[in-house]
Design a protein around this ligand. Structure first.
Ligand SMILES: [Zn+2]
Length: 212
């Protein structure tokens, strides 16, 4: 199968994608939302912490004009459990989130908080994001930040990649490639929002997935 899959994470540096005017106009008219996230938690996160993280994700994407809904998917020690509401085939507007613990300790000052798996050959292919809850927790603690909120921001960043369909980063805002402790501690609102051009591109791609 000629499928090219790529991994991306917060530590990769790439450029910002430009948008064509026609793309933007189409996005404004075509977006029908929502993005639905099937969540598989392998870390045993407390329910109220997960709800707080989801609230953060929702707030970020509300600003971007994208509705996000959640499905909590049961897991067992052997992996995903086959039961509703996650046993049915993924819909084009559904994405998969795994919350896991990192398998190894950070070896340098830069750590990857998560990664995305994107099928570049298929607009409607399954899209998976993985976030390392323990590493997010360590970063939040070191910066004196709220852990669930930081988890939500890390999830939102990876979801941003899935909605963009690429590994591109911006030079600021949520989709910037690096998050410093000082930025996290400063908690400046613009640092945690999606730039308007990227938000339009996300709405456009989500609309195209609905149409497939
Ligand atoms: Zn990234």
């Amino acid at each position: 199968m000629n499928t090219k899959r790529i991994f991306t994470s917060l530590v990769f540096v790439v450029g910002l994608v430009g948008l064509q005017r026609a793309e933007i106009a189409a996005a404004e008219n075509a977006y029908r939302g929502p993005a639905v996230i099937r969540t598989y938690d392998y870390t045993g996160i407390p329910t109220h912490d997960l709800a707080r993280a989801w609230d953060e994700v929702q707030a970020i994407f509300d600003e971007a004009g994208i509705a996000v809904e959640w499905k909590t998917c049961p897991v067992t020690s052997d992996g995903p459990a086959v039961s509703r509401p996650c046993s049915e085939m993924l819909q084009p507007n559904e994405f998969v989130l795994r919350l896991v613990a990192s398998s190894s300790a950070p070896v340098n000052r830069r750590v990857s908080l998560g990664y995305t798996l994107i099928d570049l050959q298929s607009e409607s292919g399954p899209l998976l994001m993985t976030v390392f809850r323990d590493l997010v927790g360590t970063l939040a603690r070191d910066a004196g930040a709220n852990h669930p909120s930081m988890l939500g921001r890390a999830i939102a960043h990876e979801l941003g990649h899935l909605l963009l369909g690429n590994v591109m980063h911006s030079d600021g805002g949520l989709m910037r490639p690096f998050w410093s402790r000082s930025e996290i501690a400063h908690n400046s609102r613009p640092d945690w929002l999606i730039r308007p051009g990227q938000a339009r591109q996300m709405r456009n791609r989500l609309a195209s997935r609905h149409g497939t």
